[in-house]
Structures are given as structure tokens and as C-alpha cells.
Design a protein around this ligand. Structure first.
Ligand code: 2NL
Length: 378
């Protein structure tokens, strides 16, 4: 074979056969030819022919395989080119070279045309895939909100802060001194019994009112002082629609020179007017607490019926706010404040009880079950 003499006609014949084979293989890619703007027919809104990115990438790979098959080092075309060198006549060799080259340029042009279109399609579709509309509004994460007890506590805090009170916090586990003794609660008082109060094995107790925080505040701040103490308190009650062994309370304390019952009544009256509206009225009934003297219960006119009587106020027109009174001299003495120089008033109210009334909950325990179907309504 190597010594075999080859004529121009042989080369021409083999070259033309190869070109026919190439054209046959190329036929399915012919639709991608058409100059530098042909790609527009496949993409965008004006495209009359459509193709996906994946399809275009596959076609381009197949086209490369076609090039290797028909024009690569091991192709029939490589054999044709080697044949040229074995033509004895110089003139015929030159003609064969020209012929083969012309065919090669023809095939390579077709490939290049289709490849260019496919590469432009692929570029366009890749950019399209990664395109983001920066003017689109962001996806808002679903936000939660504060617990209804927290919402009410903050409203109450805001009112008292605007009247000059500081918000105080303190421990939930306390010694006997802070929970009872300093509050003038006698040694054998039933509130101290383990039937009413949770005790730790170490003899500490869970605070049964936030007065404990105010005892701390009086020892730390010294009068004149105005503080409120919102927080969890604990009492050994069996849970039912109106009781829970853990609930939220808010106490207030003012100790200054020359404080009277008038200041107490004025303060509580102004508080309910700010919370429920300017038309809210108050009334005060005598009561008893070991830590205040005199003591009283405060009621406010029902925010729902305005005092006419309804289901919410059980027909009376009044709703109980809480207990209050003038700080007992023994309480002042327990924190080394001279009751001859200073006097004060104090009050306490239940946040969850008030919350239950305001939202007309028929069961206070709903507030602590953390069922989102309930909580979502606030
Ligand atoms: C209630 C209402 C009350 C107080 C709490 C208090 C705090 C200090 C001194 C004196 Cl540091 N009093 N707090 C006063 C009256 C009532 O709570 O129904 N408690 C059982």
C-alpha cells in the first residue's frame, strides 16, 4: 500500500466520497447554520424555533464528535490527505492538494457556522438561567409577635414609666425574709405554709408576689423612689379556668415624703384612664393586707359596658383592679427606712387576669399552652 502509486482521480474520488459522508452526518445540524445572527431564531421572545439549554449543549457535543469522526487524525479525511503525497506528477499533486483543501474548507465552514450558533444559544440561555429581577420585592419571612401578656405588660409599663416609675426585675427564688418577713407577714400566716407556697428542699421559696423585688429596690435605691415590678409569681393552686400556679403580676411602689392615700387614689385613677380611656371611673373599698395599712381594693368601671352592667363585669358595672394601700410602717422599718420621715403607697394587679378580661378569654390557661392557633390571633 505504501509503495502503491496513486492518481489524481483516486484522491478526487475518495475526497468526494468523504464529503458525501460528512454531508450526510452533518444534515441534522444544518438548521444551525445561517450566520452570526442565526442564534436569535432559537432564543428570546422573537425566536421562531426553540431549544433548551440542555439540548443545545448536547447538540454541540455531538457536533464535536462529528468533526472528530470526519476530520480528525484517524478519519478517512486524514487518509485522503496522505494520499496526495503519493501522486507522482507534481502538477496533479498540486491540483489534488487544492481540491482537498477546498473541500476541507467547505466542511470546516459548515461546522464553524453551526458551532457559532450553538455557542451563542448556550451563552444566551446560561445568562437567561442566571438572570434575577433585582426590582422584585423580597420574600418576607413570616414574623412572629409578642405574647399577649407581654403586649399588655409593656402597655402598663409605658404608663407608669411616663409617671416617673422605674421598671425593676428580681429573682424568682427567694429567702423567707424577702418573700414574707420583710412584708410584715407573721410567722404562722397561712401564706407561708407549703400548702400555698412552693418551697425548695433548701428552704427557699418561689416568690408568691413581686413585692420581693420592691424590698430589694428599697434596700438598693433608698427613698424617694418609684418602682414597678412586673414578673412571674407562683402559688400552689390547682389549675382551672381562672387559676394557674404560675401567673404574671405587676406591683407598684412609691416612697416619698408626705405621701397620702390621695396620691394612691389619683395614681390608680389616672392609670386606668390611660389604659382604658378617659371616661373610666374608679372606686375604692376597704380591705386588709399585712404589708399595707390602711389597705383597699380598687375597682374600675367596666371597659366594655361603661358601667351599665354586662356579662364581662357580671352585671355589676365594675371590674376589680387589685389590692393596694399605704406601706405598713413595719415594712419600711424592715428595710431601714424611717416611717416618721417617709411614707409610701403600694399596689398589685394580675396581668393575666386583666389580659383574660380584655381579650374575653374563657380560660386563662390558654395563655400558657403556647398553641400557635391561639397565639396567632393577637
Ligand atoms: C394583692 C395585691 C398588693 C402590695 C401588693 C406591697 C409591696 C410592698 C409594700 C407594701 Cl414592698 N405593699 N404590695 C400592696 C397591696 C396589695 O397586692 O391582692 N395582693 C395579695
Amino acid at each position: 500500500m505504501a509503495s502503491e502509486v496513486i492518481q489524481y482521480e483516486d484522491v478526487k474520488f475518495h475526497a468526494e466520497m468523504s464529503v458525501i459522508a460528512f454531508d450526510q452526518g452533518f444534515g441534522r445540524y444544518d438548521r444551525f447554520r445561517g450566520g452570526p445572527d442565526r442564534y436569535r431564531d432559537f432564543v428570546g421572545s422573537g425566536g421562531s424555533e426553540s431549544i433548551t439549554l440542555k439540548e443545545a449543549e448536547t447538540v454541540l457535543r455531538e457536533l464535536e464528535d462529528l468533526r472528530t469522526k470526519h476530520l480528525g487524525k484517524k478519519s478517512g479525511w486524514a487518509v485522503v490527505k496522505k494520499m496526495i503525497g503519493r501522486i507522482p506528477s507534481e502538477e496533479e499533486r498540486a491540483s489534488a492538494g487544492q481540491l482537498v483543501l477546498a473541500h476541507e474548507i467547505g466542511m470546516k465552514d459548515k461546522l464553524a457556522d453551526a458551532e457559532r450558533t450553538l455557542k451563542l444559544i448556550i451563552d444566551y440561555l446560561r445568562v437567561e438561567r442566571e438572570r434575577v429581577d433585582v426590582t422584585l420585592p423580597g420574600r418576607r419571612p413570616r414574623r412572629g409577635h409578642l405574647h399577649p401578656i407581654t403586649l399588655l405588660r409593656q402597655r402598663i409599663e409605658d404608663i407608669f414609666v411616663s409617671m416617673g416609675y422605674a421598671v425593676e426585675d428580681g429573682p424568682e427564688v427567694e429567702t423567707d425574709f424577702y418573700n414574707f418577713t420583710a412584708l410584715n407577714i407573721p410567722e404562722l400566716h397561712p401564706a407561708r405554709s407549703p400548702q400555698d407556697t412552693f418551697y425548695t428542699t433548701g428552704g427557699l421559696s418561689l416568690r408568691s408576689q413581686t413585692s420581693t423585688v420592691q424590698i430589694h429596690a428599697m434596700r438598693r435605691r433608698r427613698p424617694p423612689l418609684r418602682v414597678i415590678a412586673p414578673g412571674r409569681v407562683f402559688r400552689r393552686d390547682t389549675p382551672d379556668a381562672t387559676h394557674n400556679p404560675m401567673f404574671f403580676q405587676l406591683e407598684g411602689l412609691l416612697v416619698e415624703r408626705g405621701v397620702t392615700m390621695g396620691h394612691l387614689k389619683g395614681t390608680l385613677s389616672e392609670f386606668v384612664r390611660r389604659l382604658f380611656g378617659a371616661g373610666t371611673r374608679t372606686r375604692f373599698r376597704p380591705s386588709y393586707f399585712p404589708f399595707t395599712e390602711p389597705s383597699m381594693e380598687a375597682d374600675y368601671s367596666c371597659f366594655k359596658c361603661g358601667g351599665a352592667g354586662c356579662r364581662l363585669c357580671k352585671g355589676s358595672g365594675w371590674i376589680e383592679l387589685g389590692g393596694s394601700g399605704m406601706v405598713h410602717p413595719n415594712v419600711l422599718r424592715a428595710v431601714k427606712i424611717d416611717p416618721e420621715e417617709f411614707s409610701g403607697f403600694a399596689f398589685g394587679l394580675g396581668i393575666d387576669r386583666m389580659c383574660g378580661l380584655m381579650y374575653e378569654l374563657d380560660d386563662i390557661r390558654l395563655l400558657f399552652e403556647n398553641d400557635v392557633r391561639f397565639l396567632e390571633q393577637f
